[in-house]
Ligand binder design. Sequence first.
Ligand SMILES: O=C(O)c1cc(C(=O)O)c2c(n1)C(=O)C(=O)c1cc(C(=O)O)[nH]c1-2
Length: 258
Amino acid sequence: MNASFPTPGADATQRLLSHEELEAALRDIGARRYHNLHPFHRLLHDGKLSKDQVRAWALNRYYYQAMIPVKDAAVLARLPDASLRRIWRQRIVDHDGDHEGDGGIERWLKLAEGVGFARDYVLSTKGILSATRFSVDAYVHFVSERSLLEAIASSLTEMFSPTIISERVAGMLKNYDFITKETLAYFDKRLTQAPRDADFALDYVKHHATTPELQRAAMDALTFKCNVLWTQLDALYFAYVAPGLVPPDAWQPGEGLA
Ligand SMILES: O=C(O)c1cc(C(=O)O)c2c(n1)C(=O)C(=O)c1cc(C(=O)O)[nH]c1-2
């Protein structure tokens, strides 16, 4: 057990939880730690950010998008049978697409271009915050190094993403005149992809976390992942909202635009 990911309510691991109790415990982690609660997201959705601050979000989050299929390829490589791989490989297709110009990464590039960036600048990732890179890379390392159960459990933040995505799309369309439905097209597909992926992962976790210790490991993995998401927003807030200290070499407003 890794002591660096403590989860409140540790007494819940004294006995084996039923599937329903385990699901409730996992949802409770999201209710307390998911990134919908972060002040940066509140500002983003409520129309309180400047165009440059929205640009900083789009630019940094590109790295998360670009690394998700790398993360999923690491999980895929560890899955022991074809029936599981057949299901998991769909995640890679969703992000990489089946051909040039298709898939979630491409749709995120459209979002970044929609707020003014030059495509090549976004692709280069040279303007992203180090904290973005470190957090996302930590997620890739986590799924490569921890147990398969922990790797799959760490994707369970997707149980909570449809709510924040709906809120974000509605809020951004209403509050920013530079945001259009086309710019946010990335999120349309996530509303069906995320529940499908989360249902599979939740079912896997319920059936493979067969001891109190394994259930605790799954909960800790979800907590870790919430922290991966939260840390990225902390870094954005510090650099581009308050106190507004942009680290050397990170994107400065005006750079990388088309
Ligand atoms: O917009 C969001 O708030 C949000 C959150 C998450 C998440 O909870 O990890 C994902 C996504 N979006 C997303 O678009 C996505 O492709 C995705 C993949 C994963 C994952 O862990 O495998 N999470 C998420």
